[in-house]
Design a protein around this ligand. Structure first.
Ligand SMILES: [Cu+2]
Length: 127
């Protein structure tokens, strides 16, 4: 039918919310007060679009096997929001946090894997 049974949905939900809880615990443990986590995995940025209030830290967490470099549009100059630029590749297991103070919709990309694959693009909407 293409529609998830309630059992499957509950199971997905449990896994999803457990993961969010673990990320929040990790933030507290590491002293990083990021409220929002964007994971960098083999699937690209997950999620690839987030909406946050101004003043929110977003943590780009590298859970992939190779380095990634989040930076604002446009490639290669990153002038839309120059401060939003990791300025280096973030190694596997490391993360880059940035506090978004400027209201707007900020496109970003992985500077090291730009720009043929859509999975390495995303947006942060700051309200
Ligand atoms: Cu770039």
């Amino acid at each position: 039918m293409g529609v998830l049974g309630i059992g499957q949905w509950n199971s997905w939900n449990r896994v999803h919310f457990a993961r969010v809880a673990v990320e929040r615990l990790h933030d507290r443990a590491s002293g990083d007060n990021a409220a929002i986590v964007v994971r960098m995995t083999d699937n690209g940025f997950e999620p690839n679009a987030v909406t946050v209030p101004a003043g929110t830290a977003v943590r780009f967490s590298n859970e992939d096997g190779v380095a990634h470099w989040p930076a604002s549009a446009p490639h290669p100059v990153h002038t839309d929001y120059p401060e939003f630029d990791a300025k280096r590749g973030i190694a596997p297991g490391e993360s880059y946090s940035f506090v978004f103070d400027k209201v707007g919709t900020w496109k970003f990309h992985d500077h090291l894997n730009c720009c043929s694959n859509p999975k390495w693009f995303g947006t942060v909407a700051v309200q």
